[in-house]
Design a protein around this ligand. Structure first.
Ligand code: GDP
Length: 630
């Protein structure tokens, strides 16, 4: 998988001076200094850049490899990357090119944020009402699955169209001649995992609360998730058939959680139902439609389709199969599509009932064939002019993702002050967990005291217990930090915090917590770094690519080797140098990490005198809160 750009000069530190000695280079045909400053266009292929610089394309590729970019000869790279390569090869770049490259790099982040969404409708479009898309969430065993099943089978039993036979990740029911689309994966995990990837598919969240059990921790989580996503809530008060059902208790508990139902003067509808006895289901659907009406959900069926993948898998016979939710426009068989970082041409489609269709309009779920690789749930689907364009966009996205990967864009306390200064941060969002609910109020109160005029403190979710995967997901999707008080973090949550780049802080004394946040608000917070050895690899063979690129063919003997981590080279029991793992490959793919008992190719940033038998140790530095372990 080749990547077309790094875009990471700023992240990789200052530009290095040219270090090639051209007098000895066999392929070099011209003295760079005789060429004069070169002009580089906004994008250029590797081959054209080589022509421009009068060097062998292999030289350009080698320079790119040094920056961790594995490009092919016909691949487009951007001006910033090309400028870097030209400079590394000893060329002067014209001032206008250099200025443009710097400006483009700076503007990139801003442009990315301000990019219009493909879901935005044209101001002149003829918008038509569209069906609502609903997610069912709530505490475990409160009846989410039963409710979905009951709704689907009732819609069929009552003689209306609806209900599906196969599991495709979404289903449609019809009520009063109007369609309602349900996402089939109940629970806020899937919902938030998709939202963390930028997908916004849900129009309405049904929060199921069992009348005999009341508001439970996951109910509160579900509420927090829906609120963070600004999705209106409908409460389904389930299991009202049970003798010990206690609706009044649930209503009070909801009010305590700031969900004030209509009966109590609020704006959240509540519908008593029984998934088991199949009562109240029609009322629930009516209410969903009413809430949908208030939202005035509209889309333009005539525009090219845009949607989100809700499920995807590799089918042995049919290749990648994906369920897409078309959110606006109409998707046709034969359309060229970009789907996240992959692309394709729609070969065939089936609707939510398993019927072959040739087109799918706004708010419809379809299974589609013809995508080149299996996309991920949450990936955006977008129709483009033709397959060529689809491929180009997919490659661009892949490159952008690689660039993002090397620099975390997530909120951290250390970064907060810079964001405030840049006017990017107006509030500090926090997911708060504490050992006992009694502490929560005290901490919230203390935090409220330190909000400033410029920065609000917004507690997205608070709860008692360990920091879990869900907390990390919520923080990741909402650019929040996670604060734990006298509580621990589950191992899986720790792993996802690392991979999502979520800042997790643990404290055991309230004033330390408030001190840190105060310091962050005033730009005084210094990161505390702790080193962690990730793993070790033994060098089995050394490959020299040209003069200065050396790849160590290694076998990972312990832990894992992580790209861009620090690297210590051990020889005969002594550390001979400390460097950085600049490139990491498995076979021909560059990868983020390689696990124990696997082979890999490691390229170090500066040290090139690696020999067989050396041990490369991969280590990372992690930011820790000062309150941890003190
Ligand atoms: P989920 O974990 O939220 O998806 O909950 P399930 O749908 O799996 O339901 C959990 C249990 O509650 C199952 O044993 C269901 O049969 C039962 N259940 C679900 N809805 C009702 C209901 O309306 N009334 C009664 N009595 N039991 C229900």
């Amino acid at each position: 998988m080749a990547r077309s750009r790094s875009g990471t000069r700023g992240k990789r530190g200052p530009r290095k001076p040219p270090r090639r000695d051209f007098s000895q280079s066999a392929v070099q045909t011209l003295d760079p200094s005789a060429v004069g400053p070169v002009e580089i266009p906004a994008t250029i292929t590797v081959k054209d850049l080589a022509d421009l610089l009068k060097v062998n394309p292999a030289d350009v590729i080698r320079e790119l490899i040094k920056s961790g970019i594995f490009a092919t000869i016909n691949q487009l790279i951007d001006r910033e990357t090309a400028t870097l390569v030209a400079e590394e090869l000893g060329y002067a770049v014209s001032e206008t090119t250099a200025a443009a490259a710097a400006e483009e790099a700076a503007e990139e982040a801003v442009a990315e944020a301000a990019k219009p969404s493909i879901f935005d409708e044209d101001a002149t479009a003829d918008l038509q009402p569209r069906a609502p898309i609903v997610t069912v969430m709530g505490h475990v065993d409160h009846g989410k699955t039963s409710l979905l099943d009951a709704i689907r089978s009732t819609a069929v039993a009552s003689g209306e169209r609806g209900g599906i036979t196969q599991h495709i990740g979404a289903s449609e029911v019809t009520k009063n001649g109007r369609r309602i689309v349900f996402l089939d994966t109940p629970g806020h995990e899937a919902f938030t995992a998709m939202r963390a990837r930028g997908a916004r598919v849900t129009d309405i969240a049904i929060i199921v609360v069992a009348a005999d059990d009341g508001v439970m921790p996951q109910t509160l989580e579900a509420i927090a998730h829906a609120r963070a996503a600004k999705v209106p809530i409908v409460v389904a008060l389930n299991k009202i058939d049970k003798p010990d059902a206690n609706p009044d208790r649930v209503k009070t508990e909801l009010t305590e959680a700031n969900v004030v139902i209509e009966e109590y003067g609020g704006d959240v509808p509540m519908v008593p139902v029984s998934a088991k006895a199949r009562t109240g289901l029609e009322d629930l659907l009516e209410v969903v439609l009413l809430v949908a009406d208030l939202q005035e959900l509209k889309a333009d069926p005539r525009r090219p389709a845009a949607g989100t993948i809700v499920e995807a898998e590799l089918d042995k016979g049919r290749g990648p199969v994906a369920t897409a939710l078309v959110q606006t426009g109409t998707l046709h068989v034969g359309d060229a599509v970009v789907v996240g970082q992959t692309y394709g041409k729609v070969r065939a489609m089936e609707d939510a009932r398993g019927k072959r269709v040739t087109k799918a309009g706004p708010s419809s779920a379809v299974v589609l064939l013809g995508i080149s690789e299996v996309p991920e749930a949450g990936d955006v689907l977008e129709v483009v002019e033709d397959e060529r364009k689809a491929r180009a966009v997919a490659e661009e996205r892949r490159a952008a993702a690689a660039a993002r990967e090397s620099g975390s864009g997530r909120a951290t306390l250390e970064d907060l002050y810079r964001q405030i200064q840049a006017g990017q941060a107006k509030e500090l969002r926090i997911v708060l967990k504490a050992d006992v609910s009694g502490s929560l109020g005290a901490i919230t109160h203390a935090l409220e005291q330190i909000a400033t005029d410029e920065v609000k403190i917004n507690i997205l979710h608070e709860g008692a217990g360990d920091i879990t995967d869900n907390d990390i997901l919520l923080a990741s999707a909402s650019d929040a930090i996670v604060v734990g008080f006298n509580t621990s973090i589950t191992p899986t949550a720790r792993r996802s915090a690392e991979s999502e780049g979520v800042d997790v802080r643990s404290y055991d004394i309230i004033y330390k917590l408030t001190d840190d946040i105060e310091a962050a608000l005033s730009g005084m917070l210094e990161p505390v770094l702790v080193e962690q050895v990730e793993g070790r690899a033994e060098v089995r063979q050394v490959f020299r690519v040209g003069k200065s690129t050396v790849i160590a063919g290694c076998y990972v003997t312990e832990g894992r080797i992580v790209r861009n981590s620090g690297a210590r080279v051990w020889r005969s029991g002594k550390v001979i140098t400390t460097d950085r793992i600049e490139s990491l490959r498995r076979f021909r793919d560059d990868v983020r990490e390689v696990a124990q008992n696997f082979e890999c190719g490691i390229g170090l940033a500066d040290f090139h005198d690696i020999v067989e038998g050396d041990i490369i140790e991969s280590f990372t530095q992690q930011q820790v809160s000062r309150a941890v372990g003190r």
